[in-house]
Design a protein around this ligand. Structure first.
Ligand code: PHE
Length: 338
C-alpha cells in the first residue's frame, strides 16, 4: 500500500488530483483508515507494532502529499511566469508620428531667430479695418498704391488683411511714444489674386519692426543678412535694390544670392544671380507721426517676408499650391523627428 500511495502521489499532475489522492488514502473512508479497522482482528501483542506502523505510514503519505503539493505549486508558478514573460529584446511596435508642415517649420525657425535677437513675437486678427491696413500705412483712399494690393472686403470698412503691415501699425500706435520697439508679427494675409504656381489668395507673412533713437538702413541690412545666412547658409549674400512702398522711405527690395549657381546666373535666378526674398525700408515719417511718434526723435526699419517664398527657396518647392492641398506625399517629405 505504501509503495502504491507514494507512486501515485508523485505522479499526480494537478492539485485537484492530489487532493483526490489525499482523500483516498488519508480520508475517513480512505485505505489507511480501512487498515486501522483490521487492527481489532490482530492478536493483542501485535497491536502496538501494527499501530506504530500505520502511524508512520500516515505520516509518510502526508509528507509525500505535502512535498508533491509544493512541487505542483512551483510548477504552476513557473508556467505563469513563462506566459507573462516580456521579451525586451523584441523591436518596438512602430506607430506613425505626425510631422510639422514645412510652413510651420520655417515660421518657427524665423521666430526663434528673431527671439534670439531680442524681438518679441506679436500676433493679431486676420480681419482688420481700412484704417490700419491702409490709412495708417500712408495709403490714403485715393492713393494709387491701393491697387498694388487687391483686397478681399467684408464690408466697406473691414477686410482680410492684405499684409501684416496692418498689425505693425497697431503695434506702433499701442506703444507710442515708448522706445525701443523690436517685434516680429507673423500671420496669414489675403489678396484677391488668382492662384497659380507662384500666387495664392492666402499666404503667410512675417513683419519685422524696430523703432529706436537712431535706426538706419545699415541696421536693417545687418539684420537681414544675419537672417539670410541663418535660413539659407553662411555663404549667402544679400543685396538691396531701390523700391517703393508707401509706408517706408527709402524702400528696398532684398535679394539673396542664388543657391543654385552661387551668383553666376542660372535659370532659377533668371540669369541675374539673385533671388528676391522680401520688401523692406525705413519707416516713413508720416507713419511714425500718425502712430504718435516724433520722426525727429526716433527712426526705424520694417520688413515683410513671405513665409511661402522662404520655404520654397529653402526646400526647392516649385509650386506654392503644394502647401495647401494637403497631399500626404508632399507633407511626408518634411518628416523630422524631434
Ligand atoms: N507690406 C509689404 C508687402 O506686403 C512688405 C513690406 C513690409 C515692405 C514692411 C516694407 C516694409 O508687400
Amino acid at each position: 500500500l505504501k509503495q502504491e500511495a507514494l507512486e501515485q502521489i508523485q505522479q499526480a499532475a494537478s492539485l485537484k488530483e492530489l487532493n483526490d489522492l489525499r482523500i483516498a488514502f488519508l480520508g475517513k473512508k480512505g485505505s489507511i483508515q480501512a487498515l486501522m479497522k483490521e487492527m481489532k482482528n490482530l492478536p493483542k501483542e501485535e497491536k502496538p507494532a501494527f499501530g506504530a506502523m500505520i502511524n508512520t505510514l500516515k505520516q509518510e503519505v502526508a509528507e509525500a502529499l505535502e512535498q508533491q503539493k509544493s512541487n505542483l505549486e512551483e510548477l504552476e508558478m513557473q508556467k505563469q511566469i513563462e506566459s507573462e514573460k516580456i521579451d525586451i529584446t523584441l523591436p518596438g511596435r512602430q506607430f506613425e508620428l505626425g510631422n510639422k508642415h514645412p510652413l510651420i517649420t520655417v515660421l518657427e525657425e524665423l521666430e526663434d531667430l528673431f527671439i534670439g535677437l531680442g524681438y518679441q513675437v506679436i500676433e493679431g486678427s486676420d480681419i482688420v479695418n481700412d484704417e490700419y491696413c491702409f490709412e495708417r500705412a500712408n495709403i490714403p483712399k485715393d492713393h494709387p498704391a491701393r491697387a498694388m494690393q487687391d483686397s478681399l472686403y467684408i464690408d466697406p470698412e473691414w477686410l482680410l488683411r492684405t499684409h501684416t503691415t496692418a498689425l505693425q501699425m497697431k503695434v506702433l500706435e499701442e506703444n507710442a511714444p515708448k522706445l525701443p520697439i523690436k517685434v516680429v508679427c507673423p500671420g496669414k494675409v489675403y489678396r484677391k489674386d488668382d492662384d497659380d504656381a507662384t500666387h495664392s489668395h492666402q499666404f503667410m507673412q512675417m513683419e519685422g519692426l524696430v523703432i529706436a533713437e537712431k535706426v538706419t538702413l545699415a541696421d536693417l541690412k545687418g539684420t537681414l543678412e544675419f537672417m539670410a545666412k541663418k535660413l539659407f547658409g553662411q555663404d549667402r549674400q544679400i543685396r538691396f535694390r531701390p523700391s517703393y512702398f508707401p509706408f517706408t522711405e527709402p524702400s528696398v527690395e532684398v535679394d539673396v544670392s542664388c543657391h543654385i549657381c552661387g551668383g553666376k546666373g542660372c535659370p532659377t535666378c533668371k540669369g541675374t544671380g539673385w533671388i528676391e526674398i522680401l520688401g523692406a525700408g525705413e519707416v516713413h515719417p508720416n507713419v511714425l507721426k500718425m502712430a504718435g511718434y516724433d520722426p525727429e526723435v526716433c527712426s526705424g526699419f520694417a520688413f515683410g517676408v513671405g513665409i511661402e517664398r522662404v520655404a520654397m527657396l529653402k526646400y526647392g518647392i516649385d509650386d506654392i499650391r503644394h502647401f495647401y492641398t494637403n497631399d500626404l506625399r508632399f507633407n511626408k517629405q518634411f518628416k523630422r523627428y524631434e
